[in-house]
Design a protein around this ligand. Structure first.
Ligand code: SF4
Length: 290
């Protein structure tokens, strides 16, 4: 059985890849056993993201009734967000699709900005206090932004095409529900635009024409209670680093190796893990968890 089948997934989320850099076993256990309980901090983080999105983008009030409707809404919302980038020099919450090593990838970019005439990929991370993240906490965030950067580039240079997208998500067969089309009409969206074929083309063309993507990547750490910026962390995109990361990440998804627990020097992470001592006992029973 493939890893995707075992985890009941069709594609890999970029956040799954980021989680592999925190604890791969935890990421796997989350899919197998669920970890649905959102902490107060996580809920506050989600709320903050929604508030920030509404600040830059026009909210799209569409209620999908089917998978086709959902895909349409996703692409339409992201296309609108990409138009906002052209108009305002910044935008938020842009969905991105890709394919690497034979796997479909999907993710949502927090923020795209025009800085020094290039488009920069930026991620917001909320924290429960003003302390800066340590290197282990920052690594998953860095990996996430590097993959987003690479997926956008793949669309722009034709490594990932509209045809690839159609095949991956069977969009040629998708038909919008009548109810959803009524919602589109109520929003004064022309009838000629009420199709997957229109919206997927629109999305790909917007990504291709949005402008050159910069090599400087940004992670903004925000205090989720005060909403103040703690620090904006800048780093350079490295293709070599991304390739190294792909090699590590996809070995797991290809089933070449099992999910790794954290190494001994990072067993302090287990203290924050809901599976500690239950589904995962790798470091359980060790008296001194530092
Ligand atoms: S208990 Fe530790 S090693 Fe096991 S899944 Fe959780 S974080 Fe990973």
């Amino acid at each position: 059985m493939s890893v995707l089948t075992m985890l009941n997934k069709k594609s890999i989320r970029v956040t799954d890849i980021a989680s592999q850099y925190w604890c791969e076993r935890q990421m796997e256990l989350r899919y197998l056993y669920g970890d649905k309980k959102k902490t107060v901090e996580e809920k506050k983080g989600t709320l903050l993201h929604e508030m920030l999105e509404n600040e830059t983008n026009v909210p799209v009030l569409l209620e999908p009734k089917s998978y086709a409707d959902y895909m349409y809404k996703t692409l339409y919302t992201s296309s609108i967000a990409l138009s906002a980038l052209k108009e305002n020099g910044r935008t938020r919450e842009v969905q991105v699709f890709g394919r690497m090593e034979g796997f479909n990838l999907v993710g949502k970019i927090d923020q795209l900005n025009f800085r020094n005439e290039v488009v920069t990929v930026e991620e917001d991370k909320t924290r429960a206090n003003d302390n800066l993240p340590n290197a282990a906490q920052m690594l998953p965030n860095k990996i996430q932004v590097m993959f987003y950067r690479s997926m956008l580039e793949d669309i722009q240079n034709g490594t990932y095409t509209l045809e690839d997208f159609r095949k991956a998500y069977y969009t040629e067969r998708l038909v919008l529900t009548d109810e959803f089309r009524r919602q589109l009409a109520a929003m004064h969206i022309e009838q000629s635009k009420h199709s997957m074929q229109y919206v997927e083309k629109e999305f790909f063309s917007k990504v291709k024409s949005m402008g050159e993507i910069g090599d400087t990547l940004y992670i903004k750490y925000i205090n989720q209670f005060t909403e103040d910026t703690i620090k904006i962390y800048k780093f350079q995109y490295s293709r070599a680093e991304l390739e190294k990361s792909k090699e590590f990440v996809f070995k797991y998804w290809k089933g070449i190796r099992k999910a790794l627990p954290v190494p001994k020097e990072e067993k302090w992470k287990c203290n924050y893990c809901v599976f500690f001592g239950k589904q995962c006992k790798v470091w359980w029973g060790q008296k001194t968890i530092s």
